[in-house]
Design a protein around this ligand. Structure first.
Ligand code: HEM
Length: 135
């Protein structure tokens, strides 16, 4: 995993966008239109912003010490299942992040960044599909 490419991509996004959340969620909702209605109570986008921050923090932990990422994802899978979010949308959320970040980053988005984000999406797919004891 090219961790540096992910970190560089996040730096670029932070430099080039004050708030990437609208672009991330636009892509998620385009692919999974049924999920938009779940955020009906999130009028000002605070929950969406918080969720995106947590997803990035989880990714950073996963790439580093991996102290909580897998357990946290598993716990969130359960919490989200209760509100009607199926597990398969978790990797799709990371894919939506990658697409939005590529859009924001523009010409500075490198093949290494794309490859690293593709790899992350694949690994999240494995984590959410794995039985708890296998993680
Ligand atoms: C790594 C993946 C994810 C993490 C870490 C995560 C985390 C969170 C957190 C922390 C909240 C509470 C936010 C707050 O109220 O301040 C939340 C709420 C929520 N999440 Fe996620 N989430 C993830 C993936 C998803 C996905 C893929 C969906 C599907 C669309 C989703 C749908 C929701 C909804 C509908 C809420 C409630 C929003 C509201 O309060 O109106 N989450 N999530």
């Amino acid at each position: 995993m090219d961790t540096q490419a992910i970190l560089d991509s996040l730096d670029l996004v932070a430099e080039r966008s004050e708030d990437p959340a609208p672009q991330v969620y636009r892509r998620l909702f385009a692919r999974y239109p049924e999920t938009e209605a779940l955020f009906i109570g999130d009028k000002r986008g605070a929950a969406r912003g918080q969720m995106l921050r947590q997803a990035v923090e989880t990714l950073l932990d996963y790439l580093g010490p991996n102290a909580f990422a897998a357990n946290f994802l598993r716990a969130e899978l359960r919490n989200h299942d209760d509100i009607g979010v199926p597990a398969e949308i978790f990797p799709a959320f990371y894919k939506a992040m990658a697409e939005a970040f590529a859009e924001i980053t523009g010409e500075a988005w490198t093949p290494a960044m794309q490859a690293a984000w593709d790899e992350i999406t694949g690994e999240i797919e494995v984590i959410v599909a794995a039985p708890a004891q296998a993680i």
